[in-house]
Design a protein around this ligand. Structure first.
Ligand code: NOJ
Length: 556
């Protein structure tokens, strides 16, 4: 275990600050709320907290539209609160990891406010401006990721600006060395504050093609997905190496890039010694239940063998290059108990099943807030209830494609990012103990009376206590930290099984993903069961959603 870095032998917990804990009764979470929960996180063996953006923001995309890169949004608290969080976390052996959103800023950022005024100001080329086509239309037919044209007309400047995401998120012009330096300075500001690392947002979009041309139309809106045109454009690695040299190099921090559009064979250029980051989030496994893997997709059928293959590919490609950030949930995905399991699945068992895979795989596990409780999706039938900007575009897109509003809301329900963003369920008190306000920014999931941290803490059979048990086992077990990963039973459509081994011991994880009894191969029969979600595990079978870990010695 000696050759592992601290971040390879820890568990990262992702906090969506707006929904975690409100210390002031305003209805939105804040930094002091997070500080007040550090002991809870310590008890869950968390070693690092990834905070989604806490910088000043108009909150069009809940903080992913930043108006000042080196300050704290007043709704979250003050810089002193942040410094206090860092030092209280440090006392408990926990590092704070920041989210860097450098592909775009908010349109309310002072840089953009200046840039948009005319073509001659000092920040005139800090964003991506183009003239209209001769007929006055947008420079290209690119569709932004949240829907609609990726270009918005600016009356003051008489030009269009580019935004890969929302209108309010103009793309920064990385070709300008002053822009790059300003962004690197901002990241270094947080390193000086003592952060333990960075998650780097939407990083594959920072480099744009040399010439802007229309793409092939791929929707009824006559537009062409910007992702297919600008993701991972040649030359991006030059920018990223400069980023590494001027910011990350020489610091004991970790970096994890959000890297849509990077293929497995390109990994050595992106991670590890030759690459730029320590880890890359890769989405093939979480995109399986979605048709096309695009943001407004509808559900599609998928097979367990495909999920296993996707994870196996990532495990293999990060075996010698870089390191795997293991995850099933984040603030952009529905809750995994709804997403990966049928409607009628026992949600407690399903949550434990996912936990068992997550915490015994190779790589650093990332747990999203509430996942450790088995929190579930919401069930809102009115589009006006949704805050998530992408849910609204998904709804419009479905209508445009000819679906009626009932079908459209079903797609929204399945995919909405609000599923993951409802307030954390702490207790059975008002607003699940998240806030004392009369109204919380998103409603609390109705199931909080039974599903909350307080109740689960007291219940030895809860999802929370299963997470704790597995986390402790993982952190003290060399095989689970760095043993080789081997996928077992790849074609089985019920059982997800794999081994982790050293020269001495083999650990085998076996999880029944189905609602039916699954028969185990005879080779499993005489093996010693170390942990099981069932009280009386049977040798030859797994009950529906049962999760089991075997431990046995290597026979020479
Ligand atoms: C990815 C983030 O995870 C998501 O929440 C955000 O909307 C987009 N990037 C744009 O920053």
């Amino acid at each position: 275990m000696n050759n592992l870095n601290w971040w390879q032998k820890t568990i990262v917990y992702q906090i969506y600050p707006k929904s975690f804990c409100d210390s002031k009764g305003k209805g939105t979470g804040d930094l002091n709320g997070i500080t007040s929960k550090l002991d809870y996180l310590k008890k869950n063996s968390v070693g690092a907290i990834w905070l989604t953006p806490i910088y000043p923001s108009p909150m069009v995309d809940n903080g992913y539209d930043i108006s000042n890169y080196t300050a704290i949004d007043e709704n979250y608290g003050t810089m002193a609160d942040f410094e206090n969080l860092i030092s209280e976390a440090e006392k408990r052996g926990i590092k704070i990891v920041m989210d860097l959103v450098f592909n775009h800023s908010s349109n309310k950022h002072a840089w953009f406010q200046e840039s948009k005024q005319n073509k001659t100001n000092a920040k005139a080329d800090w964003y991506i401006w183009r003239d209209a086509k001769p007929d006055g239309s947008a420079p290209t037919n690119w569709r932004s990721i949240f829907g609609g044209s990726a270009w918005t007309w600016c009356e003051e400047r008489h030009q269009f600006y580019l935004h890969t995401f929302a209108v309010e998120q103009p793309d920064l012009n990385w070709e300008n060395p002053k822009v790059r330096q300003a962004l690197f300075d901002a990241a270094n500001f947080w390193i000086d504050k003592g952060v333990g690392g960075f998650r780097i947002d939407a990083i594959t979009y920072i480099k744009k093609p040399k010439i802007f041309v229309d793409g092939e139309v791929d929707g009824k809106d006559d537009l062409s997905s910007i992702h297919n045109i600008t993701a991972n454009t040649e030359g991006i690695l030059d920018f990223l190496h400069e980023f590494k040299d001027k910011v990350f190099a020489g610091h004991d921090i970790f970096t994890v890039g959000e890297a849509n559009g990077v293929s497995a064979n390109e990994l050595p250029d992106w991670v590890g010694e030759r690459g730029v980051f320590d880890m890359l989030f890769e989405f093939s496994h979480v995109n399986l239940p979605l048709k096309n893997g695009e943001i407004w997709c509808r559900p599609t059928d998928w097979k367990l063998s495909e999920l296993k293959q996707a994870i196996n590919n990532s495990q293999n490609s990060t075996k010698s290059t870089g390191w795997y950030p293991a995850f099933f949930e984040n603030h952009d995905k529905p809750r995994c108990v709804n997403y990966f399991f049928s409607k009628n699945a026992d949600k407690i068992k399903a949550a434990k099943a996912i936990a068992t895979i997550l915490l015994t795989m190779r790589g650093t596990p990332f747990v999203f807030q509430g996942q450790e409780l088995g929190m579930t999706n919401i069930d809102w039938n009115d589009i006006d209830c949704y805050n998530d900007i992408s849910s609204h575009s998904q709804f419009d897109f479905a209508l445009q494609e000819g679906f009626n509003s009932v079908a459209a809301i079903d797609f929204v329900k399945f995919f909405s990012r609000d599923n993951a963003r409802t307030p954390m369920q702490w207790t059975s008190e008002k607003n699940a103990g998240f806030s004392t306000a009369n109204k919380t920014w998103l409603p609390v999931n109705e199931n909080y009376l039974e599903l909350n941290a307080d109740a689960e803490n007291k219940n030895p059979d809860s999802v929370l206590n299963w997470y704790r048990q597995l986390s402790e086992l993982r952190l003290k077990t060399p095989e689970l930290l760095q043993g080789d990963f081997e996928l077992l039973l790849p074609a089985d459509e019920k059982i997800f099984a794999f081994s982790r081994k050293s020269d001495k011991n083999i650990f085998v994880t076996a999880v029944n993903f189905s609602a039916e009894i699954a028969e185990l191969p005879t080779s499993f029969a005489d093996k010693k069961i170390l942990l099981d979600t069932e009280k009386n595990p049977a040798e030859k079978i797994l009950q529906p959603f049962e999760a089991r870990i075997y431990k046995f010695q290597v026979t020479k």
